[in-house]
Design a protein around this ligand. Structure first.
Ligand code: SAH
Ligand code: SF4
Ligand code: F3S
Length: 441
């Protein structure tokens, strides 16, 4: 018997890429491939790439260059580029880096087995179209193997918002939602395999409007309520949300739905109305603050997280100050911030850029503020009792690490807990990046 071929996948970018990589690994499993975590041991290397900022996209080429030696040592090695760089640059990737045998965009993953065959026959293989058929259905059925306690599940993909800085509408295509029944079936399958927490994914997940089983569309809130009924599923999360799609039923669910966790990632990008307008965000800073107030009325303890871009074209010090003011007003428990990166083909790429040094200085000031806020939100957990879903053993003997409802990492010593257990934990200390606690009661 010939040994199975080995597949090495490296994933960049957002959680949706993590989910996609799992699906690609499963699809290739159907072709007799087993996963490996060593590139130098692989018969096929796949880079699942991200195009969101210039650095992310360029990393792909430096990484590819490093595989030259591997390919020389093993002429049967096939190298593929998947994900958003594949979609954005297509054939250009093979021109720039002839080591690459196949390029597959995020909407064509179901064709991966066929592309691999084509590459094995000695050809170059490319698929970057937006096909009509449902890739989620045509990907190989999920194997029954056990898995860890947390999982991502894509329910919505693509974006019609066209923020002036962003490549996602071009790389992921138009907004689409998966039918509710298929999402529920996939969720039940995950729970049977040991999953206790599901994070629903979408570029604009709260714009979800999947076809319901009885006709008519389901909102994200309705889908969450249906997931809430699945026995064995303990926790539901979703990401990423757009402020304009935060519907009343979803806000209400945060107050009423027992399994929906009190954590919300709600990017705003800037606190200046002038910049928000130029970003084509179609909401104001004040509108965002009022929305936050309504969410907190429904669920007072919710932990809010956000994304910020500094140095967007034409951003002045006054605009930047407005962003700091908004951050002060909200009080984030978590936030991600980026220096604006010019993306070819997006409207903002044509505009007057803020000097890099100025943008860097703003980024540092913003990050200092956010770090302070995160710290104080985390420190305020000390003395409180939280639920922890245990995900893995800690570094100390007997120690386990899990996540609280608020997504804080929590270390518990000698808990006797197993992976996948949920327990009540009293927080006793707040460290650099995590909390420690003891079993309550
Ligand atoms: N769909 C999500 C996330 C999009 S990408 C949303 O609407 O929020 C994740 C984050 O990357 C964005 O929220 C934004 O803060 C950042 N980002 C996107 N394009 C960028 C660019 N050109 N330069 C810098 N940061 C960018
Ligand atoms: Fe990009 Fe804006 Fe769409 Fe988010 S909402 S994916 S930032 S275009
Ligand atoms: Fe990156 Fe594509 Fe996700 S550009 S952030 S991998 S949708």
């Amino acid at each position: 018997m010939t040994p199975p071929r080995k597949l090495f996948i490296r994933t960049y970018g957002c959680q949706m890429n993590v989910y996609d990589s799992e699906r690609m690994a499963e699809a290739m499993g159907g072709q007799g491939y087993v996963p490996t975590d060593r590139a130098d041991d692989a018969d096929m290397i796949l880079l699942n790439t991200c195009h969101i900022r210039e650095k992310a996209a360029e990393k792909v080429y430096s990484e590819l260059g490093r595989f030259r030696g591997l390919k020389a040592a093993n002429p049967d090695l096939k190298i593929g580029v998947a994900g958003c760089v594949a979609q954005a640059e297509g054939e250009e990737i093979m021109r720039r880096q002839p080591l690459v045998d196949l390029v597959v965009g995020p909407q064509s993953y179901h064709r991966l087995p066929e592309l691999e065959q084509q590459a094995r026959r000695g050809g170059k293989a490319l698929a970057t179209d937006f096909p009509e058929e449902d890739k989620f259905q045509t990907l190989a059925a999920r194997p029954r193997a056990r898995r860890g306690p947390t999982a991502f599940l894509t329910v919505q993909e693509g974006c019609d918002k066209f923020c002036a800085f962003c490549v996602v509408p071009y790389t992921r295509g138009a907004e689409m939602s998966r039918p509710a029944e298929r999402v529920l079936a996939e969720a039940r399958g995950l729970v049977e395999r040991g999953v206790r927490e599901i994070t629903l994914l979408g570029q604009n997940v709260n714009a979800y409007h999947g076809a319901g089983p009885g006709g008519g569309d389901w909102s994200l809130a309705r889908l969450i309520w249906a997931l809430n009924d699945i026995d064995g599923l303990e926790r539901i999360r979703f990401t990423t949300s757009h402020p304009n799609d935060m519907a009343d039923d979803l806000i209400a669910a945060h107050g009423e739905c027992a399994k929906l966790m009190p954590y919300l990632h709600l990017p705003v990008q800037s606190g200046s109305d002038r910049i928000l307008k130029r970003m084509n965000r179609s909401h104001s800073a004040d509108g965002y603050l009022r929305l936050v107030e309504r969410i907190r009325t429904a669920r007072p303890d919710i932990l809010l997280s956000g994304d910020f871009i500094v140095g967007f074209p034409e951003e002045t010090e006054t605009d930047f100050q407005a962003t700091l003011d908004l951050i002060e007003a909200v009080g984030y428990g978590q936030a991600y911030s980026f220096r604006y990166s010019t993306r070819p083909g997006t409207p903002a790429a044509e505009r007057a850029q803020v000097p890099a040094a100025e943008a860097d200085d703003r980024l540092q000031r913003l990050q200092a503020l956010i770090t302070r806020q995160q710290r104080s939100v985390q420190d305020a957990m000390v003395g409180r009792e939280v639920g922890v879903l245990f995900e893995k053993p800690g570094r100390l003997p007997g120690q386990m690490v899990g996540k609280s409802e608020y997504l804080h990492a929590v270390h518990v010593g000698d808990s006797g807990a197993a992976i996948g257990d949920v327990a009540r934990v009293r927080i006793v200390a707040s460290g650099a990046n995590s909390l420690s606690g003891v079993l309550a009661g």
